[in-house]
Structures are given as C-alpha cells and as structure tokens.
Design a protein around this ligand. Structure first.
Ligand SMILES: [Zn+2]
Length: 484
C-alpha cells in the first residue's frame, strides 16, 4: 500500500482508548508470474453507526455492503481491516476474526469476483498481516505486507518467509545496522534490470550485503566492446557470446553471503509481457537501462504497481574537439510522493514511441534522424562506480532509512567541480504516470512485446543447440568446474 494510505488507516486504527477498531478499503490486483499483490487504493472510513467498537470491534452489514458496492463498481476488491492494539508481530486470526472475515468473504467474492483481503494491524509492533479469502472457507495467508513511500517497510509472515540467520560473512554488515534491519533487508526481493557496468556492480553489492533473492534481467550477450565496463566479464564470455545474465549469475553466486542465495536469471526484455510479470514478483527494482521503452515500463510499475524503482545514469559531455568536457551522474527513487522519470525529464515520451516501433534498432533510421545512440550509451568504468554508489545509497535510504530519513529526492553529482546537487524537480500537475497510482493490472499496456529482443534471445538459443554451441557450453562448464 502507499504510505499515504497506511497513514489514513493507522490514524483511524490507533485509538487513544486502546480499543480495537475496524475499517474497510478497496484494492486492485497486480499479478506477477509467481506472486499476486493486492494494492490498497481507497480507504472508506466508517460513518457514524457503521461499526461497533467496544469489546470485539465489528462492521455493520450496511457498511460492508456500501464499500462492496463501491469496489464492484470500480472493478476493485474488498479489504476488511481491524486492529490488535497489543499485537507486536505478524498476527494470526482469533476465532472471532475468522468468523467475521469468513462471513463477509462469500458476499465480497461474489460481488467483486475478486478474493476478499483480511488485514490486521498489530498496533504495538506497527506490523501488518494479511490473508486472501477466495471463498467462505478458503483462506491463504499472504507472505508479506509492503508499505511504500519515502521509505519501504515490509512485514513478513514468519511461517512463509522465516527470518534468515546472519552468516559469519555478514558480521561487519550486521554490526553497522543491527540484526533486525539485516533480517528485513535480507528478505527483500530485488531485481536489477540491465546488467551493464552499473547493473552488474549494483547486483554484486546487493548479494554481498546478504540479500537472498536477487534477479538480473537482460536480453543481450556480452560483446568485446562491453569488456571495458562489465567488471568480471571475461574475453571468453565475449568470444562465446555468453548471455549477460549468465555472466551476472556467475559473479553473484561468487559474491553472495546469504546461507541459501536465490540468484535468478531472466534472459528477456522488460518490454514484453513475460518481463513485466517477472518484475511484478520483486519488491524493489533497479533501473540500469538507458533505452526509453524499458525505462517507460519501469516508470509505470513504480506507481501503478507500487514497486519502488531506483533509477540513475551518467551523462558524459564531449567537447567539439572530441575531448572529455564534463560528466554528471544522477540517481532518483520512483515512489509515490516523488516525481517520475517524465517529470524529471529522464524519459521523453516521443522517444518511447520510436523505441516501441523498433526505429531505434533500425540503423538506417538512426543515421538519417541523427539520433546519437552511441553517445547516449557512453560510459567509462572509472566514472560509473559513482552511479552505482548513488543508486545503492538511494537503496539504503529507502530500506534502512538512516535516522528515520527516507529517499532524498533526485540527486546529481557533477564530476568536474565534485559537487553533489539536490535537484528541485517536482511532479507535473496531474502527471498521468503518478496519478495512475495502485491501478495494478488495469495499467495502460506498454510492455506489449519486444520483437527485436525476442529475436536476439531466440537466435542465441538456436546457436546454443548446434554442435558447436554444445561444445562451447561443455568447455565453459569444464572451465568453471576446474576452477572450483
Ligand atoms: Zn510524473
């Protein structure tokens, strides 16, 4: 849920008299490949007489009917929330909770054709818990509840996502921010889209700091011209045209400090329906791509699906005589309340259209229209570490919130005078990306399929099936094994 929704809910549920209370809301589904999220959209505070407070708090049937009708009319689902003021951890249901929720589950699922969500606020521990009711008798516990704003906070269901034990390799990390922070951080699922110089570096540092589930997404293979920036890629990888995600996975396995690392390779583009669904399984996404179309998809899910996107890049300015003039590195976290990529001029809608039509992959078109793609992709390994550093610092502000402070807003580092500037960018009034908040699966379809990326992946797979391809794989495997 957006932090603003959480604030409304807790302001109502945290009562001075310490009594339990109830409230209703609606949600939109956001369907990933493995995970379905219920995105809380609208809160309907009870009107006088719509609930009973003293003793076990309860909804009146009129209140539930009113909100169920609102939900059904908007194509949304129903959320039943109540508080356990003394709850300090993920709350299980009392007999009364179960009877109440089960009683309204039949009505709610029939009227909205979506599962009914039951949620409990453990007031003392400020912990949410949730479950999906598919029918009166069919209930499935959620694995986590995420609150997304300037900070990202996740409550985990310990039965489904147990606290990982810190390993001996993480002693210095845990001593920096404590075992509670480490336990939360380790369970966040992070996706890095784009595994060039910055993405590859970011992903390695995430697994090194103990994050268990890290995914890497890229459809390209390593080429010789990547070797000056992809630290850890080998000449052999370029010669054999190894997928970038394969190289990334190899490096991540070597760097991971979690007891049971879960490194996921996604050899695809985020501009296709599969890529989008994969991204929706993650809690936080790093945007390390420079093409407009994938950036537009990421800009969308940050708001529509409440998945924080940490975006950044480098801009190198070459003087007319081809000498290096200056460079700037930027970083920015896209969350509700922060401006999107379009509002910060990091995404040009006209370019998105060209990219979707495949025109940026058309060498003749790019030459004739004088779009300088090579120059747009310029980067230098000695400079790109600053971009990784800025992105990772945004990640720490978002998840660990040092001193209670969340993300700082867009920042820009100027290499020539060595100055870090806080940019004053603000959201445009009624920005279409940001106002489509928590719409989930009703988002405007942008990830409609990237034919060029699919063709690249397919041709690599076909090449891998030839005798020469199999021989190369065997040789790679032998080389890996002999090193271990
Ligand atoms: Zn915007």
């Amino acid at each position: 849920m957006p932090a603003a929704v959480a604030e409304i809910l807790t302001a109502h549920l945290d009562r001075e008299d310490g009594q339990e209370d109830v409230v209703l809301a609606t949600y939109a589904p956001s369907t990933g490949r493995e995970r379905t999220s219920a995105l809380l959209r609208r809160v309907f505070l009870p009107q006088p007489g719509e609930r009973h407070v003293y003793g076990n708090a309860s909804f009146t049937a009129d209140y539930v009917m009113r909100v169920t009708e609102e939900a059904a009319a908007a194509g949304e689902g129903l959320v039943l929330l109540h508080s356990h003021p003394r709850g300090t951890t993920w709350q299980s249901m009392s007999t009364t909770d179960r009877t109440t929720e089960s009683g309204y589950a039949g009505l709610g699922t029939a009227a909205t054709r979506l599962p009914v969500i039951g949620m409990t606020w453990g007031g003392a521990g400020q912990v949410w818990s949730a479950r999906f009711w598919f029918a009166r008798t069919s209930v499935v516990d959620a694995d986590s509840v995420r609150v997304v704003g300037a900070t990202f906070a996740s409550s985990f269901n310990p039965a489904l996502v147990p606290t990982p034990e810190a390993t001996s390799a993480q002693v210095r990390t845990v001593s920096a921010w404590g075992s509670a922070v480490q336990a939360d951080l380790a369970r966040i699922r992070v996706l890095v889209v784009g595994t060039g110089s910055v993405g590859l570096d970011v992903a390695q540092r995430l697994v090194a700091s103990g994050i268990r589930t890290v995914g890497v997404m890229d459809f390209d293979a390593v080429e010789h011209r990547n070797l000056d920036r992809m630290i850890g890629a080998r000449r052999r990888d370029a010669r054999d045209q190894v997928a970038k995600v394969e190289v990334a996975a190899r490096l991540l396995r070597a760097q991971a400090t979690a007891a049971h690392p879960d490194i996921r390779r996604h050899e695809m583009s985020i501009c296709g329906p599969d890529g989008l669904r994969v991204a929706l399984d993650y809690d936080i996404v790093f945007s390390c791509v420079d093409r407009p179309w994938p950036r537009a998809v990421l800009n969308q899910i940050a708001y529509a699906d409440l998945i924080p996107v940490i975006d950044g890049g480098i801009n190198i300015e070459v003087a007319d005589d081809d000498t290096f003039n200056r460079a700037t590195a930027r970083a920015h976290t896209l969350v509700p309340g922060e401006p999107c990529m379009a509002c910060t001029r990091q995404l040009k809608p006209a370019r998105v259209a060209l990219d979707r039509e495949g025109l940026l992959d058309n060498a003749e078109y790019v030459r004739r229209s004088e779009i300088d793609l090579e120059r747009a992709g310029q980067n230098v390994a000695t400079l790109s570490a600053m971009v990784s550093a800025l992105l990772l610092a945004q990640f720490v502000s978002l998840t660990v919130a040092p001193g209670g402070r969340g993300v700082p807003g867009p920042v820009c580092y100027h290499y020539r005078p060595h100055v870090l500037e806080h940019l004053e960018d603000a959201s445009a009034p009624s920005c279409p990306w940001e106002t489509a908040l928590a719409v989930g699966d009703s988002r405007i379809p942008i990830a409609t399929g990237h034919a060029h990326a699919d063709a690249i992946v397919m041709s690599r797979r076909r090449a891998g099936r030839t005798l020469r391809g199999r021989f190369r794989r065997l040789r790679r495997w032998l080389a890996e094994s002999s090193r271990i």
